[in-house]
Design a protein around this ligand. Sequence first.
Ligand SMILES: [Zn+2]
Ligand SMILES: [Zn+2]
Length: 489
Amino acid sequence: MEEQNGSDSHSRNRKGNEQNEMEISFYGAAEEVGRSCIMIRAGKTKILLDAGLGNINEPGNDQNGKMRMPEISDEELKGVSAIFVTHAHLDHCCFVTHAFARGYKGNVYLTEPTAELMKLQVADYVRISKPEEITGKVMKALASSYKVVEYRKPFSFRNVRVEFINAGHIIGSSLIRITYNGKSILYTGDINLQKSLILNGADLNNIKADTLIMESTYGGADDIYGDQEARAEKMINSINATLLAGGKVIIPSFGIGRSQEVLMFLNHAIESGRMEKVPVYADGAVGKIMKVHRRNLRYCKKDIREAMQSDKNFKFVSRNERNRIVKGGSCVIVTTSGMMKGGPVVFYMQKLASDPNNKLIIVGYQADGTPGRAILDGAKEVDFEGHLVPIRLTVEQHKIMAHSDRKNLEEIPRRVHGLKKIFIVHGEKGKQISLSQSLVLAYDVVIPKIGETHSAVSHGSRSAPAVTVLPMLKHSPVSSLLTSPKNIL
Ligand SMILES: [Zn+2]
Ligand SMILES: [Zn+2]
């Protein structure tokens, strides 16, 4: 258990830290999902783990879909030695551009697929949100900063050892392990313990760490989803019913990861004769991202690599083919954006949502204030970019998960050897409290707040563990950027 006199324990820890202890500061993803940005101080070395924006695509985000920035000062950013990015989702990588604009001069370490996807993600963000401080010069500095690393190949960065390990969340996603003075911190980024159709689950084999910084997106008591394949099977049966009745099926999905997963489920079902052989169209950014997967097949499961390379059962389409598709026969359309706030899905909904023969299948999370959430909540009419569209098609939800569910989140700490302390991040507060209650008997558990700095290691006796939330170092917040993202991946 930590001592309750925050400032005293902090000043002592800080002094100790100069020689031998790591400290962790939380600038984002604390009691919220989005804007992941965590600093590890190891002596004079300062490492940022992720630098993301508030995310419209995940729970816990602000209702108007505005993107928030991590609350790190420009002065702190200038002193950062390196940024390590776990994966290419907006809420983990897009603040990196702003870091360069504000004086960061170091490199960005990440895996090859993360680098490729991050370039697409950042370009998309800059094109749509047009942040003033992101100039051509900033983009150039970012472009020459990428340092590609491999899974399970530890390297030295100044006085720390660093290791990237498969996190199972999207292609190239990583857990990051930092070791300094005999102590290790493992940061999950976003983690999926279960294998998916395309990716192996997170690789937690033989990992030793004293401290775990763990995401908690689906950490609520009810967030138990079971087997992905069984859920996908139900989805296929439902698609079949609509196709047999002559209808069209729209599957809006998040561009990076989930859309490839959906396409592969459909491909698999067609190949094995479980699904009607109809045209499957992939529209929006889905094709570009599939190409990144094809260039990085060694990051995908062995048994899916051949199927990933074949377009036999689906077709990537562009704007000028959309009219023909909506006027044509039965088909499945997989398209961005996942929450139907922008992207080609808007066109398809405008044309197809009023026909009760059609079906909408929702596979991802729908944030408050999005058309997707309104439809899930039973809206009879929805405004799609100025067109009021009657919702008469059948609406179903079949979750395709890229995160660990509650059961998996409880298992992760048990798989880490020597673990003493857990920081729970990247989740709604209620879910974090619920998750902490199931971990607190075995570990020191901390639910950090934005702006806090904590000692990485566990002090004191293990006999009376408790959830500790101590306000420590406060940093002045930077102002939030107000943008209206429409089709961010
Ligand atoms: Zn993610
Ligand atoms: Zn995330």
